[in-house]
Each structure stands twice: as C-alpha cells, then as structure tokens.
Ligand binder design. Structure first.
Ligand code: MG
Length: 471
C-alpha cells in the first residue's frame, strides 16, 4: 500500500513480502517491528556475513531503533564467524569509506536514510565500499530464504573490535580539495544536519575548510523533531533563515544518513540537486578536461549542457544511485551525481557523500569568487516536473512495448524506460516504477507551459494504452 512521506508517495519495502525478494532499490527498509524485526535482521546479517567474508564493518545512524538492530546484526555476523569492526554511530559514507580504507570484506549500515522515524533498514556494502550489486543481493536472499546460513562452531564465532574512522575519512575529503584556496576565501557556511548523523562530521569539515560555521538542528535525534530527514525545498525554512540571519555565503542541508546534500544560496534560496551537481561538474571539467561524468537518465539537461560546454563526455545510466556508483567503478569514471542531491566523487570514494559534496561546492565558490546566488542562478535554465499514472504490475511491460512503437521524437533513448528528446531541448522520460504499480513520467523544458504540455500528453497516451489493454 502506498504511504505518504512528506507529500511524496512511495511503497514501503516489505522484506519477505515478495517471495525470494528482500532488497528494495536501496537496501532493506521497513517500519520497525512491523516490516522489519530483530529476528529478520539477525538472519539477514548472518546470511550477508556468510557471503561477504570474514571481516565486516558495522555502523548505525541515530534512529531510536538503530541500537536494537545494530546489536541484532552484530549477533548475526558473529554467529557465522565474522569478525566485526564496530564503528558506532556514523554517517553511511563514513562506513563505506572505512570498509575500503581498512580492507574489510564488506559492511552493514543500520539506517533508513531519509525515511520517517518509524522506519529502519540495512544497507549492505561490498569490500570496495559500494553497495552490493543485485547479483550479490540475490545470493544473500538465496541463503536467507533457505532458512539462513550454516553457523560457526562454538570455538569459531567471531570477535568484535572497535574501529574509529572519522579521522581518515575527514582527511580524505580535505586532501581531495584545494584546501588553501578554500581557506583563503574565508567563507561562512550554515549547516543543517536535520538531526541526522551529518552532525558528527559536516560542521567539523566546514571548520577545517576555514569556514566560519553556524548550525541548526545539529543534535542527533532519532525522532527528527525539526524537519523531515529528507531535505527538500519545502522544509528548509530553518536553514534559509539561519543563512540570512548570519550573513552566511552558503547553506547546506543533509538527509538522515548524510549521503545527500541540498544547498541554499546567500539569499536563502533553495536549489534542487541538479543545479548543485551541475556546478560541481563545471569545476571538475576545468580541473580534469575531457573526463567522463555519469548521471541517471532522469537528471536535468543542465548536466548535459555543462558537460558539453566543459568538453567532457556524459554517460547516462539507469535510475538509482547504486547503478551510478557501480558504473563509475567499472568504467573508472571519477564523477557522478543524481538530481536528489547525491554526488559521487571517486578520488575520495565513488558513492554518494554529502560532506564531500559540501566541500566541492565550497571549492567551486572559492575558485569562482562569486556569490552562490550567481553561480547557481546561471545554471537555472530548465523547469522539470514529474507525474505518474497508476498501472497494474502485469500490464507494465505491455504498456511500455505499445508506447515504444507509437512515440515519435527527434531522438529516442532506451537506457531506462523511454526518453524522448525534442528539438527545442525539451524531453520526457517514461519508465515503469520499480516500487509501486505505476508508470512514472519526468519532463523538462525551458518554459513551464511546455513541461505541463509534455506531461499532459504523456499521461493521456499511457492512460489510453492501459484502457485498451484492460478491455
Ligand atoms: Mg541517504
């Protein structure tokens, strides 16, 4: 059943709901003690431990239930003989960095990212620090649904070690930035971790970058009393106000597990992730001419524009951060990003990292010596809107087939669903939802009226196909 989260509908992950499937689009998520129980986490952790290897990192976010599930995961891992490296409360990118940096075989992160407080979940990380691929998820699911793995004998259960990773993690971010340039710029930055675990690293990194740092909602609180843990233009009023009250040059808000960052300019204006990613791409191509950049097909055309203007090459991927990260690793691509504020910078690590994103934006501001409102403003060229049409699961592929044979455009791309590019630079992407019985539409153009028209026509087209197929 679709739930409402901050005005957005989504379908909850229901582990075990679909036989043989445990993982959703980004790990395992569910409502605590309803969809996700201690017993399930013990079995998931032991199953994952039996596949990942003998040395596994374990971390958790600041949610009320995260201690509960961390202890469950710890027991599951130890029971199959894994030695566990316990990182305590950390942002997801810190756990990912530690897994690779300390040569561990994998990691488990107890977090529900940006979901409401009643949710929790588990992200499973491979030895390279990136979320495991679908094929590894299938192996883990195979073990899980066959009743769990073989347990270790009594004298071979694992040991627990404490592991501290903040130091090497922060050092890595700072060493991948022109530190002197940023420090010389004397920027002021306002930070809003939204009561999430970004509190533990982001203000510190901003200070190390020589920024006068102000913060709001900067205590870890699993109830998320200040705002939804997903930063969006409609819930960052506290940050906008702090930016204006302090005269800060930049505001930055993080999601619950600190892998995504959304930015606010010195006037308090909030930008969606396409614009901040475009600024990072622009600076990146000045430093690394000719390099490739990866982004999902749902991203704004502004990314294509700045890549072309900077003489780089753009690789479109299917939608989902794990796909972008895995593509970056396979093809040695240094920079990737999503419209929701996820930026992957491989010289640090090829996964979404909110603090790294903040450092890259501060570096761009220092180098350009222009206010954020001008830097971001120049990249606000397009309007994007989304919609969806309800569609029964069993009709999804037929609808897409029919659509494919009926559409016309200047250029048609089939990386993930169908993307139609038109001569006036507008486009529409139509793809079946991976999480609910619906077909999703994303459209973008220079003029709002054109976006509405594209969405309207797209919806009408799909509705007609569904109605014909249903009769
Ligand atoms: Mg997140």
């Amino acid at each position: 059943m679709p739930l409402k989260e901050g005005g957005r509908e989504y379908t909850r992950a229901t582990p075990g709901d679909v036989m043989g499937r445990l993982f959703g689009t980004n790990g395992i998520r569910g409502v605590v003690n309803r969809d996700l129980t201690v017993e399930m986490v013990v079995k998931l952790a032991s199953s994952a431990g039996s596949i990942l290897g003998s040395r596994v990192a374990l971390g958790r976010d600041g949610r009320i239930s995260s201690f509960l599930f961390k202890e469950a995961a710890l027991s599951g891992l130890l029971s199959v003989g894994c030695d566990v490296f316990d990182l305590g409360i950390v942002p997801t990118p810190v756990l990912q960095y530690a897994t690779k940096h300390f040569n561990l075989d994998g990691g488990l992160m107890i977090t529900a990212s940006h979901n409401p407080p009643e949710f929790n979940g588990v992200k499973v990380i491979a030895g390279d620090g990136v979320e495991v691929s679908r094929s590894v998820e299938e192996k883990i699911e195979g073990v899980y649904f066959k009743g769990g793995p073989e347990l270790a004998s009594w004298d071979h259960v694992g040991e627990t070690h404490e592991l501290h990773a903040f130091e090497p993690y922060c050092t890595s971010i700072l060493s991948n930035i022109d530190l002197e340039a940023v420090r010389r710029a004397n920027l002021k930055v306002a930070v809003d971790p939204g009561n999430g675990v970004a509190t533990l690293v982001a203000p510190r990194i901003a200070q190390e970058l020589g920024c006068k740092t102000y913060s709001v909602n900067a205590d870890v609180d699993g109830m998320f009393p200040s705002r939804d843990s997903e930063p969006r233009p409609d819930n960052l009023n506290d940050l906008s106000a702090l930016v204006q009250a302090t005269g800060a040059d930049l505001g930055v808000a993080f999601d619950g597990d600190a892998d995504r960052a959304i930015f606010v300019d010195e006037k308090g204006r909030i930008y969606w992730g396409d614009v901040s990613f475009a600024l990072v791409v622009k600076e990146f191509l000045k430093k690394h001419p000719g390099e490739a950049v990866a982004t999902p097909v749902s991203s704004s055309r502004i990314i294509k524009d700045v890549v072309e203007e900077g003489g780089g090459s753009l690789l479109w991927t299917s939608v989902g951060s794990v796909t972008v990260s895995r593509t970056m690793v396979e093809r040695s691509i240094k920079l990737g990003g999503e419209e929701n504020g996820g930026i992957m910078y491989a010289p640090h690590q090829p996964v979404r990292d909110g603090s790294m994103a903040m450092a890259l934006i501060l570096e761009a501001m220092a180098k350009e010596a222009e206010p954020a409102s001008r830097l971001f403003g120049k990249l606000l060229r397009y309007r994007q809107m989304k919609a969806k049409v309800p569609c029964p699961e069993h009709l999804k592929s037929k609808v897409m087939e029919k659509l494919e044979s009926s559409v016309e455009a200047e250029h048609i791309e089939k990386i993930d669903g169908i993307k139609l590019w038109y001569q006036d630079d507008s486009w529409i992407l139509i793809r079946p939802s991976g999480t609910e019985p619906a077909i999703r539409l994303y459209a973008e153009a220079k003029e709002e009226a054109r976006v509405s028209k594209l969405l309207e026509n797209g919806k009408k087209n799909i509705e007609e196909i569904i109605s014909k197929l249903s009769h």
